[in-house]
Design a protein around this ligand. Structure first.
Ligand code: PMP
Length: 447
């Protein structure tokens, strides 16, 4: 099999762009000033106009082992030649099982089983359905209510936007799921601005769960879902003790706790999962992104020991869970994930965030004091710089910073008025200097 060793230099020009409706994009703005990526290697993208851009976002929080990893390329190429597709319903293939065992091992056996999906959104909807079905399987069919959180992001399925807490993602799409409540978000600059790592203030906000339980009765509530660190709504860190408190209240009332680890899974916080970092074990974990290093779409739902078993009670010939996707456990995704896990293990990437955390923290907090910066946040290899919004024009200032960084060779993300940083975990200190240095220059110049 011949796979080119290096990507040839790009001769790409800007294509006709009318036919594509781009996701979560200001289409007209983009098409007026396109940002096209044509190749990638290590920490860098190459743009259609031949520039190298430092990836400060791991693509979209997913390319944790850096770009262009030969081992993954070769594993996927070999897999497509050997077994291109196998149905996941009533059939299987060995790599799907092998990967599941590896993933469970990675959780330190906190979890017992894995259910495959193709994305974070599908993982979330799968987890919510499993939670409700689990209670029913145990004879508690009244437990159907779901509790999310303000400013939560759980993908774009109807389940995910219902438990999610972002107005723009919800308001255009009708009444959404019934029976959903929201905890308050934990972001409070009055108490926590410029905290390093987890903020000290706010654990008591978890007690709002007691209020919701009192209102509806625990016997109606299936699950609480939160992101241990919320990414898409501006990188919001859990106050010290907050997740522990949520766990305690869920335990007290028999409510399942779901951690949406789509961004925190696979090393982002310097541990394999956020539950390791915070030492809180949820009942279900949703994952995607870093699972295949972003190469082949794949998601997974992890369930704690006992959940799967609750479904394995009836007659053996009856399907236990009426749920799944044509591409659940796709052979290419499994091959990519196995190669990705090998790289993570061999290069120690799942703990690299801990090794670099002090340097990273110093670097990003060096941006405090620059024009319009109203908060800086960090944990593991995540950083956030929150900007004062331009009056009456939310997100415009952050967009300008993002766009100008891109012009100057650094890719960051913006979400609301926050610049989010989540580089590949192979990052070196010199890259950190470049990333934060360019961002600092842009913040100064745009002021
Ligand atoms: N949950 C969380 C916490 C996420 O950050 C994301 C994506 N950013 C999703 C779910 C949805 O994942 P996907 O875009 O793969 O559907």
């Amino acid at each position: 099999m011949s796979i080119p060793k290096t990507v040839p230099p790009s001769t790409a020009t800007v294509p006709d762009m009318d036919a594509l409706w781009m996701p979560f994009t200001a289409n007209r703005q983009f098409k007026a000033e396109p940002r096209l990526l044509v190749s990638a290697e290590g920490m860098h993208y190459t743009t259609h106009d031949g520039r190298r851009v430092l990836d400060g976002a791991a693509g979209l929080w997913c390319v944790n082992a850096g770009h262009g990893r030969r081992r993954i390329v070769e594993a996927v190429a070999a897999q497509v030649a050997e077994l291109d597709y196998a149905p996941g319903f009533q059939m299987g293939h060995p790599k799907a099982f092998e990967l599941a065992s590896r993933l469970i091992e990675l959780t330190g056996d906190r979890m017992g089983q894995v259910f495959y999906t193709n994305s974070g959104s599908e993982s979330v909807d799968t987890a919510l359905k499993i939670a409700i079905a689990y209670h029913r399987a145990r004879g508690e069919g009244t437990r159907t209510r779901l509790i999310g959180r303000e400013r939560g992001y759980h993908g774009v399925g109807f389940g995910g936007i219902s438990v999610g807490g972002i107005g723009n993602n919800r308001k255009f799409f009708g009444p959404l799921l019934n029976g959903v409540d929201h905890l308050p978000h934990t972001h409070d600059l009055a108490h926590n601005a410029f905290s390093r790592g987890q903020p000290a203030w706010g654990a008591h906000l978890a007690d709002e769960l007691e209020r919701i339980v009192a209102l509806h009765d625990a016997s109606t509530i299936a699950a609480v879902i939160v992101e241990p660190v919320a990414g898409s709504t501006g990188v919001l860190l859990p106050p010290q003790g907050y997740l522990q408190r949520l766990r305690e209240i869920c335990d007290k009332h028999g409510i399942l706790l779901i951690f949406d680890e789509v961004i925190t899974g696979f090393g982002r916080l310097g541990t394999p999962f956020a539950c390791d970092r915070f030492d809180v074990t949820p009942d279900l974990i949703t994952a995607a992104k870093g699972l295949t290093n972003g190469t082949v779409p794949m998601g997974a739902v992890f369930t704690r020991p006992g959940i799967y078993e609750a479904f394995m009670q009836g007659p053996e010939h009856v399907i236990e869970l009426f749920h799944g996707y044509t591409y659940s456990g796709h052979p290419l995704a499994c091959a990519a994930a196995l190669a990705t896990l090998d790289i993570y293990a061999e290069e120690g990437l799942l703990t690299r965030g801990s090794e670099l955390a002090a340097y990273w923290e110093e670097a990003v907090h060096g941006l405090a004091g620059l024009p319009h910066v109203i908060d800086v946040r960090n944990l593991g290899l995540i950083g956030a710089i929150e900007l004062a919004p331009l009056p009456g024009q939310p997100t415009v200032r952050a967009y300008r910073v993002f766009n100008e960084c891109y012009r100057r060779g650094v890719m960051v993300r913006f979400t609301g008025d926050t610049i989010a940083l989540s580089p590949p975990l192979i990052i070196e200190k010199s890259h950190i200097d470049e990333l934060v240095g360019t961002l600092g220059e842009v913040l100064r110049d745009l002021a």
